[in-house]
Design a protein around this ligand. Structure first.
Ligand code: SF4
Ligand code: SF4
Length: 458
């Protein structure tokens, strides 16, 4: 319980990393997940719901629209709960699978591998790219480099547009950006995020993971001896050394082919032990399995395995305090989100008393108080509402009590309340306003109420 596995800090490679493209089981999983993530990111802003963009952070109107539900700044606690729940679920997954997020779902990894894919298509394999780097400038080199940077730029621009399309409606933003008619702010933000994408995925790559990402620094806190991490089986692999196929040898199974290092996006040698630079992408597992197959050796010299399994110790994960702690915290946060959603109202009501006059006396000896009801329709549909007041044997609402409010609008509605003095019991009596949604087809049970005070000369 509470075991801490050791993470070695190996100095990061200072020279440029030329990632060797690798195919295999884990790379298929990674590519599929990364592709889905990228497609989801790019196309979500084009999904419409009830005639509007389904997901939109409308900063100018201070609204977050999510499939017909509108969240206002006062509802943003739910976003905070969602982020906290997501963090606990990530920690929970990390206890099981180590940095599986980094290797398979992190946008930095997805975009880096996408840029490497473009690079490989245009400049060739790892060895060809190293040769091209060393070659003097020629038309061929210029042509390949220009093509690569142009494609990187297009992907980066689309990424910038897509990111900003979560804040400015996509169907307005894209035509404006590509016809150069966008305003200065739209242009600034799109090009800023495009530049960040180009620099991150094209140039900085693993440097972001090694030096900028805080998660890589504190992830080891979540690990224990049951956490599956990418591990080289030293007892089986050593002593390493090259050999011919089917050659009898006293060496361990590692044929020292260096493939596991060549495919590593962070340029580390996993044979040196678990290192914080490792993003758990599994590329070295696929590369090593390929080498093992070639030499007719058993697979999984490098594999996702826990320290306990490596030492043939079986200790159920359910006994881990971290597993229980993060699991319980995740369930609590999910319950909080459900309760927050269930208790949300489509109507918002604030009752503001007239601050000029506490009360007025009418000619027929009644007492009059004035209020402003600030009523917000939080839906994305036009809604019909009715105002009512409790204790109608005491209070009487004056004027029209029905109104229509447009989607997302707030109406400041002045109301006057009358009361007979002999019905009041003190100079300050409670008065309760209710706003109820009225449908022409049915009366929905959708209402909010708020209390205020009624003042009189008693
Ligand atoms: S050591 Fe293996 S799993 Fe870790 S980052 Fe490198 S290739 Fe990916
Ligand atoms: S890929 Fe496997 S066999 Fe080749 S060097 Fe790495 S651990 Fe050794």
């Amino acid at each position: 319980m509470g075991e801490r596995i050791t993470i070695t800090q190996i100095s990061s490679p200072s020279s440029k990393i030329h990632i060797r493209e690798q195919k295999g089981y884990f790379q298929r999983i990674r590519t599929t997940m990364n592709s889905l993530l990228v497609l989801l990111f790019l196309f979500t802003p084009f999904i419409s719901y009830q005639g509007r963009q389904a997901i939109l952070f409308n900063i100018s109107e201070q609204q977050f629209i999510f499939f017909g539900t509108t969240l206002w700044p006062q509802d943003f606690t739910i976003l905070a709960w969602i982020f906290i729940a997501a963090a606990f679920i990530l920690f929970f997954a990390t206890v099981f699978w180590g940095r599986v997020w980094c290797g398979f779902l992190c946008p930095q990894t997805a975009w880096t591998f996408m840029f490497v894919w473009v690079e490989t298509r245009l400049e060739g394999s790892r060895n060809q790219r190293i040769t091209l780097d060393k070659a003097p400038w020629s038309f061929s080199k210029f042509y390949k480099r220009a093509g690569k940077h142009l494609l990187w730029g297009i992907i980066a621009l689309l990424t910038g547009c897509s990111f900003i399309a979560y804040f400015i409606p996509a169907r307005t933003l894209y035509p404006e950006i590509f016809t150069f008619s966008a305003n200065v702010w739209s242009n600034t933000w799109v090009w800023f995020f495009a530049l960040c994408t180009y620099l991150n995925a094209g140039w900085m790559r693993e440097q972001m993971c090694l030096h900028c990402c805080p998660y890589s620094r504190f992830q080891s806190v979540m690990f224990d001896a049951n956490t599956k991490t990418v591990t080289y089986d030293t007892s089986r692999g050593e002593s390493r050394g090259p050999r011919k196929r089917k050659q009898a040898t006293d060496l361990g199974d590692c044929v020292d082919c260096h493939l596991c290092v060549d495919v590593c996006p962070t340029g580390i040698d996993i044979r040196n032990g678990l290192q914080y630079e490792c993003i758990n992408c599994g590329a070295c597992i696929d590369a090593c399995n390929q080498a093992m197959e070639k030499f007719d050796y058993a697979p999984n010299l490098i594999s996702y395995i826990s320290e306990n399994s490596l030492q043939n110790e079986t200790k159920p994960i359910f006994t881990s305090l971290k597993f229980i702690g993060y699991g319980v915290a995740s369930l609590i946060m999910l319950a909080v989100i459900m309760m927050d959603i269930a208790s949300r109202d489509d109507i918002q009501l604030n009752v503001i008393r007239d601050r000029q006059n506490l009360y007025r006396e009418t000619l027929d000896s009644k007492i009059e108080n004035s209020y402003t009801l600030k009523i917000r329709n939080k839906t994305q549909e036009r809604r019909h509402y009715q105002i009512s007041i409790d204790n109608q044997h005491i209070y009487q609402l004056v004027g029209d009590t029905q109104m229509v409010i447009l989607p997302g609008e707030q109406l400041d509605y002045p109301v006057t309340v009358l009361a007979k003095l002999d019905r009041l019991i003190s100079s300050r009596s409670p008065v309760n306003f209710t706003i109820r949604e009225v449908s022409t087809l049915e009366t929905k049970d959708n209402w909010v109420s708020q209390a205020s005070n009624f003042f009189s000369p008693l």
